[in-house]
Design a protein around this ligand. Structure first.
Ligand code: FEO
Ligand code: CA
Ligand code: CA
Length: 700
């Protein structure tokens, strides 16, 4: 496309804001990723958390704890069917549950003794001594066989839709066939940063929007085992990589579940409310036991603008989802479905969990209405004792909630196409719940207590007064507000440990915690925390929960379908010298500083791996291993640090713990960064940064 010079844009698109903000994020990250969510009041204005908790406002500051939680029972039932747990069953000795003895020199990431990587500000991926890493896929690398080689000066939407998208987030790896040499890498491409992707003056405004829509979405990429054990690379012959796939902001999705056909999901282009074009703002995700991938549509609200007024029928609903019509991407310029004044329902068709079957490259991916609509971080599935499946999910907004879904049907473990097809329907029927946490007081020197999963709706019956099944599913946040759940500090990944069966939630931060609308409670106890402006600078106090928590949930009776659970604040993150920090009772002189946990994963021995986003301790973000059982419980050790201004995403451990995949998202994203003036050039293959997926493995 050729347009007149006057229609070409000038940089920067983003007005540079007032320096560092929430976490260590740049204004640019806030702008492009979450539509400056933190500049707006919390959309949750409900009275929940004004609190019937025994501790309540007395909890201003954490005391130091010495006790460690007891060991949980091992939940084995059904887990061997989970791809991750299958790996666990293969190699887990009975005594090692995330607390295995450390071994020097081994290539087993679950056991290896390593010297933690020191906090740093390098423009590099730094892995622990004795380990190496390779870049597997970069923004622009060809995915489909007919994709051209990436040329940053000759980008076209057609090529972009065949190349690896921008800002990789979730990472999942599925074995392919029986050869054990091939696998499928599945990634999310959460958002784009137009300031950094396009040479100034090279592309028109319309071209930029078409390009960015194509760089969003997801990728499926065949990878092949490398010569060094644990290493992987893209399979070289793309003509044979028949599962390779790009999903973009225009790929057709099938809506499934009870809300299909609801009036509020119908648009001019889709009179049946059944087919949605595209997915975007996909953050984290999870593998299902039937070999598909779930992915969360998160900050979708920022993609919609308005040419006139907002539809008054949806004033409360839009407000609760942060939908203001001030979306800055301007996609409505090329597609009117992003104009709320023209198409008030299109925005209701985002904010879902999507499911992609990597083995069916021609099958339309799904959007599951039964899993509710909110700012979905991700979704992780476990098979319960009775073979129903349970999905744990977080709504990543300050002061929002944690959810779970329990299926009506049961998982069929048969390795047949028929069983797989049946399993793929499990997320269409069942019950959606929201979590309420009750503290038991701090006399026990622990932030812990019990919890309830409050039912919101089944596929046939709503449990919320005045709301139908579809009301609950399409406007889940408003439904949850009515039943008294606990406001949390931005629930991100919520994942199930395949070895001990407990559930681990990353609560990344909340600068508002402790104010009038979001008071502290025992599950969210910090109203101040210690931060550092730069490495070498002293810690200073800041309001709210700035460094985040890891919360550990134990389903009652180790039954994930139970409506009650126990909980324990396992980690209060931060610099270990800060008094409020807590590492499950582990010696604080022997842990790495950690700030803003976001994505979590497990190795086959049940160690927890934590990726961070927005470190406020003066260092780059990183990836940490944490034992959750035994003498090492709470030992946080940094294994990888990120390049400048990058966030760590998607950790995924596979191949008998020899391969650690992770995504480097938004390297070099700063308020001053443009294509011509980058603040990072990682991975240093070009003179501009390229978000990429890496794999770390033992050096040979
Ligand atoms: Fe995309 Fe919740 O981070
Ligand atoms: Ca307690
Ligand atoms: Ca995230």
């Amino acid at each position: 496309m050729t347009l007149a010079p006057e229609s070409r844009r000038t940089l920067p698109l983003v007005e540079v804001g007032p320096g560092l903000r929430h976490g260590s994020r740049s204004y640019a990250t806030c702008h492009f990723r979450c539509a400056n969510a933190c500049d707006h009041p919390e959309p949750n204005t409900s009275e929940n958390n004004h609190i019937r908790d025994e501790v309540g406002h007395a909890l201003k500051r954490r005391t130091l704890f010495t006790g460690a939680a007891g060991l949980g029972a091992v939940v084995a039932t059904g887990l061997a069917l989970d791809p991750r747990a299958a790996a666990a069953a293969e190699s887990a000795p009975t005594v090692a549950r995330g607390g295995a003895a450390r071994v020097a020199g081994t290539d087993d990431l679950a056991k290896v003794e390593f010297k933690p990587v020191a906090p740093n500000k390098r423009d590099a991926v730094v892995v622990a001594d004795g380990f190496d890493h390779d870049v597997v896929m970069r923004w622009g690398d060809p995915v489909l066989a007919d994709a051209p080689e990436f040329d940053v000066y000759q980008q076209t939407p057609e090529a972009a839709a065949k190349q690896f998208g921008y800002n990789n987030d979730y990472v999942g790896v599925l074995p392919l066939g029986k050869s054990a040499t091939e696998a499928l890498l599945v990634c999310n491409h959460e958002y784009t940063n137009e300031n950094m992707m396009y040479p100034t003056g090279k592309y028109t405004s319309a071209q930029i929007k078409q390009l960015s829509m194509a760089y969003h979405g997801m990728s499926v990429v065949q990878i092949t085992r490398g010569l060094v054990p644990g290493s992987w690379a893209q399979s070289s012959d793309l003509s044979k990589a028949v599962y390779n796939r790009r999903i973009t902001a225009t790929t057709p999705f099938q809506l499934t579940g009870p809300a299909v056909g609801d009036e509020r999901l119908k648009t001019k282009q889709d009179k049946f409310g059944a087919i949605v074009k595209g997915t975007f703002a996909n953050c984290a995700g999870g593998l299902t036991p039937w070999g598909t991938v779930l992915s969360g549509e998160e900050n979708f609200n920022g993609y919609f603008d308005k040419s006139g007024s907002l539809d008054s029928r949806y004033t409360a609903q839009y407000a609760r989802y942060g939908i203001t019509g001030s979306g800055s991407r301007g996609w409505s310029e090329i597609d009117s479905r992003f104009d709320l004044s023209i198409e008030p329902h299109e925005v209701h068709r985002f904010g879902w969990i999507v499911e992609v079957d990597p083995l069916k490259p021609n099958e339309a991916p799904k959007k599951h209405t039964m899993l509710g609509r909110f700012k979905h971080e991700g979704a992780n599935v476990v098979i319960a004792k009775d073979k129903r499946v349970v999905v744990y999910m977080g709504d990543d907004e300050r002061g929002d909630y944690m959810y779970k879904f329990v299926s009506a049907g049961t998982f069929d473990p048969a390795n047949t196409a028929k069983a797989r097809a049946k399993n793929k329907l499990l997320l269409d029927k069942g019950t959606l719940y929201v979590a309420k946490f009750t503290g038991n007081g701090t006399a026990d020197s622990k932030y812990d207590g019990t919890g309830q999963w409050i039912p919101l709706t089944s596929d046939t019956q709503s449990f919320v007064d005045g709301m139908s099944v579809n009301d609950v599913l399409i406007f889940t946040r408003l439904a949850a507000d009515k039943v008294g759940p606990t406001k949390m500090d931005r629930p991100e990944d919520v994942d199930i440990n395949p070895v001990n069966g407990k559930v681990y939630a990353a609560l990344t931060n909340n600068s508002n915690r402790g104010n009038a609308t979001t008071p502290v409670d025992e599950a969210n106890p910090l109203s101040t925390s210690m931060v550092r402006s730069a490495l070498g600078q002293p810690l200073t106090s800041a309001s709210g929960n700035r460094n985040g928590y890891i919360l550990e949930l134990t389903a009652d009776g180790d039954d994930h379908t139970a409506t009650t659970f126990g909980w324990d604040l396992m980690l209060v993150c931060g610099d270990p010298s800060a008094p409020e920090t807590y590492f499950a009772g582990f010696d604080k002189s022997k842990v790495s500083p950690i700030s803003c946990p976001d994505n979590v994963a497990f190795d086959s021995l049940g160690n927890l791996w934590i990726a961070t986003d927005g470190n406020v301790l003066g260092s780059n973000d990183g990836l940490f291993r944490v034992a959750v059982e035994g003498a090492n419980r709470g030992q946080v050790q940094q294994f990888v640090t990120m390049p400048k201004n990058a966030e760590t995403c998607g950790p995924f451990i596979t191949d008998n713990n020899r391969s650690l995949f992770f995504a480097v998202q938004h390297p070099g994203e700063s308020d001053t960064a443009t294509f011509e003036t980058p603040t990072s050039t990682w991975p240093h293959s070009d003179d501009f940064p390229r978000p990429a997926v890496c794999v770390a493995f033992r050096k040979r």
